[in-house]
Design a protein around this ligand. Structure first.
Ligand SMILES: [Zn+2]
Ligand SMILES: [Zn+2]
Length: 790
């Protein structure tokens, strides 16, 4: 049965129903109760602090003039630490005013010392431009803030280098422009007092590891000129920010995490769409159209998109201004279209109050949308995250989040859209059929309790370290002291570069031997990037790293770029180019690969009786062999098509566990069921790793086998999908018991009988999700957890 929205409609954007009443009505529509948890996030009054005594009258007046009457406690605390010379990271929620924490000490220093300079790094040009506006608006004498990035006209660059004392840039520009040109920047670097690293949680994985070395290169150049700047970092809420910031900068960093800014109250519900009866009737999403006996990724839960569309229709019918966040643009359109249809069925014309927002709108169009929503002409909007980049929507009564957005930071960022000034608001997270979503709706403490995900990076990755050391050697010959600066693995990497003929050792250090600088892309990993080109126009849409190109750009793949959908016509690996055309089919594509793995070395292990837990290097050989087309609206599998792509080799880092066959027999796993048990445990473990590390399940791969030739035992491997590893497997090893306990709980708590995409099935399985045994996976994990030290 399809639910229809309530017949009564309140007209305008007046105060909607109280969130608790609204939620009660929403959850009463169906048969069962889809709500697994309701959290009242109370309103919080801000805790102001006095202006630091060192902040001059002029500086205070400038901030007061911009409406800042006093800093909040956390801003003052971080500012004081930084001013005292301690490296500090402020890791608090969205809109908690992190910028004041670094603006205060940086600007106070610029005003007090007319020679001092500040370097500000943002992950995007747009954010740097925002910050420039904010700093410039303070109109402080002699600061001369300026953006220095790829768009800066040549004519202005020299002026900036000579005269600006607050330079805003990004890591790419630091890497490609400022550090190689350090001679021209010597005046600026010599006087550098602060380095500000904004949104530093975005520096994760391989990219984060590269940025970590770019910062070490910056510190090295500063040291050559006699400067030792203080680092001030700002991050979204994250687990263990001090450690992550320490890895990023290579310095001891103090964390400030207590958010003292005010916020409105939110009623936050976790919503699990109901399981569909197995003898599904025609009113529900079409059951699997199996395309091969091993190919049925069965849909047993109602799709999150359908559920979100119904909720959107219901809230709009109540006169509640609602924003629904959907991961893809096509998904957002499906949600909006379904909600419109339900509303028009109830009250013809009411559907017009719902729209889909897509990326790429012009500025005027965005302003018009904001206006329509503000005045209540529009009550419901379904959007991708594109909205986070440029539309200012405040004062919504409800936010629907279709599928966990990947991190708590994004979740709170999206939920933070709800709530007009001082009013209570409703937020609903609708779970997708995915093990992580399933786990989260049954473990609210993982969302509302202590932050769990840490920003993970691995500066010791030799695939990052060697090219970065080469860049450093071009900037100045490497010395033994530099090996300490660049950390673990630096000596080995230098030896490797010497052996490869890139560096020459002389008594005064290691020298770069070539005329040209090495080509190092901070985001590059595993082979040259593949260019994505629109055939009809020849326009370059973007690049995809070589490692992901087989997955994302195989012929027939649906490729999303800034919310616009393209279909790949041809992937030319020799030319490093994929030809695409704009098209929005009703399906998404899911590539599948087959994998072989061998152990190269063991870095660390835990011997736990019948169970062994290992971290080490592995060689992975994989081949993308086919792809599935699935209907976006329902998840229904349309077909599976073969692909003809070459195999790829990857040396990376893996975490793996072994079990003795006897322990499995004792636990009740029949020998014939061991492959299915391990396979199911592997899928769920991969699905849950993003809970421990800020990775995506697409960043990691897995392999399980009843007997592996290198371990001679039943084994489950989980490996980093990036050459040399990005820190994810290492993080998994470090949190193994918590990670595998969450994995076990997610499987146990899924209401399905034999396994579904919410627990043990994987959308990217190379074996078509066969064999899989859900009950035996639980037994496997119980054996591991019973033996593994906590
Ligand atoms: Zn399940
Ligand atoms: Zn699999």
């Amino acid at each position: 049965m399809e639910s229809s929205p309530a017949a009564t409609v309140s007209a305008g954007p007046g105060p909607g129903p109280a969130p608790a009443d609204l939620l009660r009505r929403l959850r009463a529509r169906g048969a069962g109760d889809p709500v697994t948890h309701v959290e009242r996030v109370p309103a919080r009054a801000g805790v102001p602090a006095p202006w630091p005594s060192w902040a001059s009258e002029e500086l205070r007046a400038a901030f007061t003039g911009r409406g800042v009457t006093a800093p909040w406690q956390h801003q003052a605390e971080a500012a004081n630490l930084a001013y005292e010379g301690q490296h500090v990271i402020v890791a608090t929620g969205t809109a908690s005013g992190k910028s004041l924490a670094y603006q205060l000490p940086a600007l106070a220093t610029l005003l007090a010392d007319p020679r001092a300079t500040v370097l500000y790094l943002a992950p995007t040009k747009a954010l740097a431009a925002d910050q420039l506006r904010a700093v410039a608006a303070l109109e402080l004498e002699g600061v001369r803030p300026s953006c220095y990035d790829g768009d800066t006209p040549r004519a202005e660059r020299e002026w900036i280098r000579r005269h600006s004392r607050f330079v805003l840039t990004n890591p790419d520009m630091l890497h490609h422009g400022i550090l190689p040109g350090h001679a021209q920047w010597s005046g600026f670097l010599r006087r550098l007092a602060y380095v500000v690293i904004d949104e530093c949680h975005t520096y994760r994985g391989v990219f984060g590891s590269h940025v970590a070395h770019v910062l070490r290169r910056l510190r090295r150049q500063c040291a050559r000129f006699g400067a030792t700047p203080v680092f001030v970092l700002a991050s979204a809420t994250s687990g263990d920010p001090a450690t992550a910031a320490g890895r990023l900068t290579g310095l001891p960093v103090t964390a400030v995490t207590e958010d003292a800014s005010p916020r409105g109250g939110v009623t936050f519900a976790l919503w699990e769409p109901p399981l569909l009866p197995s003898d599904t009737n025609s009113s529900s999403p079409v059951p699997p159209q199996a395309t091969g006996e091993h190919d049925d990724l069965r849909q047993v839960r109602r799709s999150a998109l359908r559920e979100t569309a119904d909720l959107l229709a219901d809230t709009v019918a109540e006169g509640v201004r609602t924003l629904a966040f959907v991961r893809s643009r096509k998904g957002a359109e499906v949600v909006a279209a379904n909600a419109r249809r339900s509303l028009d069925d109830a009250v013809p014309g009411l559907g017009d109050r719902v729209a889909a927002y897509r990326g790429g709108y012009l500025r005027e169009e965005r302003r018009e949308l904001e206006r329509a929503l503000l005045h209540g002409d529009l009550l419901g909007l379904a959007s991708t995250n594109a909205l986070e980049l440029g539309v200012d929507l405040v004062g919504l009564d409800a936010v629907l989040i279709c599928g966990y957005p990947g991190t708590r930071a994004s979740l709170w960022q999206q939920a933070g859209r709800a709530g007009r000034s001082g009013q209570e608001a409703l937020a609903v997270l609708v779970a997708r059929d995915d093990p992580l979503d399933t786990y989260l709706v049954h473990h609210p403490e993982a969302i509302f309790g202590a932050p769990v995900e840490a920003t993970v990076l691995d500066p010791a990755n030799p695939y990052v370290l060697a090219p970065q050391l080469a860049c450093a050697a071009v900037e100045a010959p490497l010395t033994p002291a530099d090996l300490v600066l660049f950390g673990d693995g630096a000596k080995e990497a230098v030896d490797q570069l010497v052996a490869a003929g890139a560096l020459r050792q002389r008594p005064t250090g290691w020298y770069w031997r070539h005329r040209e600088r090495p080509e190092v892309d901070l985001r590059g990993e595993g082979g040259a990037p593949v260019c994505v080109v629109e055939s009809s126009t020849g326009r370059l849409l973007g690049t995809v790293d070589g490692g992901s190109s087989h997955f994302l750009l195989h012929p027939g793949a649906v490729y999303l770029h800034q919310g616009v959908s393209y279909v790949v016509d041809d992937l030319d690996l020799a030319d490093g180019c994929a030809l695409v055309h704009a098209e929005e089919p009703d399906w998404s594509t899911h590539a599948r690969d087959v994998t072989d793995l061998s152990v190269v070395s063991v870095r660390s292990y835990v011997d736990a009786g019948p169970v062994g837990m290992f971290l080490g290097e592995v060689d992975v050989t994989s081949q993308v062999v086919s792809y599935q087309r699935r209907r976006i609206a329902t998840g229904e599998v349309i077909d599976t098509r073969p692909l003809d792509l070459p195999t790829r080799e990857l040396r990376t880092v893996a975490v793996w566990f072994t079990l003795s066959p006897q322990s499995l027999t004792l636990a009740g796993v029949q020998p014939a069921d061991v492959p299915g048990a391990l396979h199911a445990a592997e899928h769920a473990a991969i699905g849950l790793l993003p809970l421990m590390a800020t990775c995506d399940r697409w960043d990691i791969g897995g392999l399980s086998t009843a007997v592996h030739p290198d371990t001679e035992a039943p084994t489950v491997f989980v490996y980093d999908g990036h050459p040399g590893g990005a820190g994810f497997a290492e993080r998994a090893y470090g949190t193994a018991s918590a990670w595998l306990r969450a994995t076990r709980d997610a499987i146990v708590e899924c209401g399905c009988e034999t396994g579904c995409p919410s627990c043990v099935q994987s959308p990217k399985c190379g074996n078509g999700n066969n064999p899989l045994s859900k009950p035996d996976a639980i037994r496997v994990l119980d054996v591991v957890l019973a033996n593994l030290p906590q």
